[in-house]
Each structure stands twice: as C-alpha cells, then as structure tokens.
Design a protein around this ligand. Structure first.
Ligand SMILES: NC(=O)c1ccc[n+]([C@@H]2O[C@H](COP(=O)([O-])OP(=O)(O)OC[C@H]3O[C@@H](n4cnc5c(N)ncnc54)[C@H](O)[C@@H]3O)[C@@H](O)[C@H]2O)c1
Length: 359
C-alpha cells in the first residue's frame, strides 16, 4: 500500500514514462535524497527504456497495481492530458503527493475533482508549471509586488510556432489532449503572465479558433516538424482569445501550432500598467523616471535555459515535500488557469461569444 514516509528520502513513482517523464527522471535521479522506485506505462518500449536507465525500479502496465504494491511518497503523472485526472486522484487516495504535468487536466470539472481529492487526502498536488520559476518571471512578479507597474491594465500572451504541429504523441487529438496550442503551449505563457499580474480572478472570456493546416497532409511544405497525423487532427491550429479579470484588467492570448509569422517560434508576454509595463523576453520594465521614459533591464539573471527552469520545478517539488519548502504552484492558481482554458474553449464552441469563467 502506498503511504507517506517521514524521512529525508523521497520514494517516487511515475505514471507515464514518455518524453517528459524521461527528463523528469534524469533530474529526480540526480538528487541524493530521491529514490526512483517504479514506473507505469502502457507502452512496453517506454518501460524498457526507463528500466535500462534505472534497473532498480519496478515496472508496471497498470498504475493501480503500482499504487497497491509499492511504498511511494510521491507520484509524477506524465501521461497525455486525458489521463491526468484519474491517475492523480488514485495516487492521492493512495496517500501519495502528486506532481502532475501541465495542463492540470482537460476540463475544469476534472481539475476540481483533483483539487478536492488532494484536500481530502491531505496531500500536496502540484501542477508542473515550471515557468513561474523562470528568473525572468520571478523578477517581473517581484517588480509587480513592489508596485512597479501600478495597476496592471492589460496583458498580451503569445505562444506561436510558424510550423510546429506536433508529429509525436496525441497533441492533435482533442479527446486525448483537450485542445491544441492554447492548452499545450499557450498554457505555459498564460500561467506565467497571470502569475506576474498577481493571479487575479478571471470573470469572462472569449475566443476564436481556426484549423486549416493540421488537418492536411504535412508533406506539401518543407518543414522541420513534418509527419503529423492529419487524419486524427481535430484541434485548433490558431487561437486568439480575451480574458477579463475582476480587477478590471484584460489579457489577450494568441497561440498557434502553425501561424504565418516571421519567427519560427514566439513565446512571450507583455504587461501594461498605470505606472509601468514589462516585456518578458528580453526582460525589460518600461517606466517613467526622473522626468523621462526609461527601459530597465536586470544586469544579471540566473540560468533561463529550458533545462535549468525545468529542473528547478523538480527541486522545488522535492524540497516542498521533504523539507516543507514553499509550494511553487498553489492548487488554487492552477484551478484559475484551468478555468480560463475551459472558458476559452467554451467560447470558441459558441462562435466567440463572451462566456463567464466558472471556478
Ligand atoms: N512541462 C513541460 O514543459 C512539458 C513539455 C512536454 C510535455 N508536457 C506534458 O507532459 C505530458 C506527457 O507528454 P509527453 O511529451 O511526455 O508525451 P509522450 O507521448 O512522450 O508520453 C506519454 C506516455 O504516457 C503513456 N500513457 C498513456 N496513457 C497511459 C496510462 N493510462 N497509464 C500509463 N501510461 C500511459 C504513453 O504510453 C506514453 O509513453 C502531457 O500532459 C504534456 O502536456 C510538459
């Protein structure tokens, strides 16, 4: 029976042993206070690969069996979005803390059930949003707290690829992923912009979504990410949305797997407030000082590479669970993000009509 143990080692199990799990495993295994105990996956090749790297770990094809047979403190859920909610709830009920990959879930209803299960089990549920631990985000959030922007009035979020329709996994299938670029890549930037704005309460949202390339064979135009499964592709290629918050702020979101833009990929956000504004990359605060308009940049930032930021979330999770460190992503924040995602998809289904954000 899985249970929590009071000691300074963390016994970790994985549900889902694909690409992102592999990255997580490398970081978890590099810590002297973590034991990788067991992995579950439906795919034997994924399991064999994990076992080759971590021969002491047990392998399973059914996560319920793993939770029953192994003594685990924590479980990392790294399955496709469709399989975030049930394994997370089962692991929490088995007494484990859970790190669940982003997005939290496919729907707000699933997210709420996960949060309730964590509260009932008195276990931590952390959604693996690494970008709020990015030094650029930390700097801008601290500047927000110190009043650098005054009242944040407007935010603009962009997560766009010129030709980046995933040719692996199930990211093109709505039934397994919940949607396309908004829920897959947009969620990262939405989450960190929302955090930098002080995590305001969303009240309404509207969105329009378009599908025009992913549902066609990929070979027509030369592209570094050809070979997507156009026959099963039923998510958006491009989405534009608008979210209003209870403090009067407004946020625009632009996301694409395939947009005709100059850049190969674009991941950024801007904030505009009554006293100042900000750009995430390059990291600049735009404000007025000494009677002039000035742009301020940090003279030094810690490592902002994907790997460094990704690894920071694993450290943060282990330190939260083992040493009572702070929670990087409170579940209430993750639920707010999930409520925005659900409202954006809801609005798109209603031809862009503004809908209430439910929480
Ligand atoms: N934080 C990040 O930057 C980041 C980056 C990429 C992916 N992700 C997230 O990680 C998750 C997984 O993505 P991925 O790229 O690793 O996908 P993947 O397809 O490489 O891996 C998913 C694995 O889950 C397994 N699986 C599916 N259903 C299962 C089940 N019921 N029980 C056990 N295993 C099951 C699959 O066989 C596969 O091996 C997604 O939710 C994705 O959004 C996060």
């Amino acid at each position: 029976m899985a249970r929590s143990a009071k000691k300074t080692r963390l016994r970790v199990g994985f549900i889902g042993a694909g690409d992102i799990a592999e990255l997580q495993m490398t970081k978890f295994a590099s810590r002297p206070d973590v034991d990788l105990v067991a992995f579950t996956d439906l795919n034997e090749q994924s399991l064999e690969k994990s076992q080759a790297s971590y021969p002491d770990a047990a392998i399973y094809t059914d996560y319920k069996r793993m939770l029953k047979q192994e003594t685990l403190d924590a479980v990392s859920v790294c399955t496709p979005n469709r399989f975030h909610a049930e394994p997370t709830i089962a692991a929490l009920k088995a007494g484990c803390h859970v790190l669940c990959e982003k997005p939290m879930a496919m729907t707000l209803t699933e997210g709420r059930r996960m949060a309730k299960a964590a509260a009932q089990a008195n276990r931590q549920l952390v959604v693996a949003f690494q970008y709020r631990l990015d030094p650029r985000t930390q700097y801008l959030r601290r500047a927000f707290e110190e009043g650098a922007f005054g009242d944040v009035l407007f935010g603009r979020v962009q997560a766009m690829r010129r030709r980046g329709i995933p040719n692996w996994g199930v990211f093109g299938q709505k039934a397994l992923s919940g949607g396309g670029p908004i829920i897959d890549i947009g969620v990262h930037v939405l989450e960190m912009a929302h955090y930098t704005m002080g995590s305001p309460q969303p009240v309404s949202a509207s969105a329009d979504m378009f599908t025009y390339l992913g549902n066609q064979p990929s070979g027509v135009i030369a592209s570094p990410m050809a070979g997507w499964d156009y026959k099963t592709y039923d998510v958006e290629d491009l989405a534009v949305g608008r979210i209003r918050f209870d403090n009067g702020a407004v946020l625009h979101i632009e996301c694409a797997f395939a947009a005709h833009i100059g850049e190969r990929s674009l991941m950024n956000f801007q904030l505009m407030g009554s006293r100042g504004g900000a750009t995430w990359e390059p990291t600049v605060i735009h404000t007025d000082e000494a009677g002039h308009m000035v742009n301020k940049q940090p003279a030094w930032l810690a490592d902002t590479s994907f790997k460094a930021v990704f690894n920071r979330k694993i450290d943060s999770f282990v330190e939260q669970i083992l040493y009572k460190g702070p929670c990087a992503v409170p579940v209430e924040d993750a639920l707010k993000v999930q409520s925005m995602l659900s409202a954006l998809y809801d609005s798109a289904q209603r031809n862009g009509k503004e809908v209430k954000v439910r929480l």
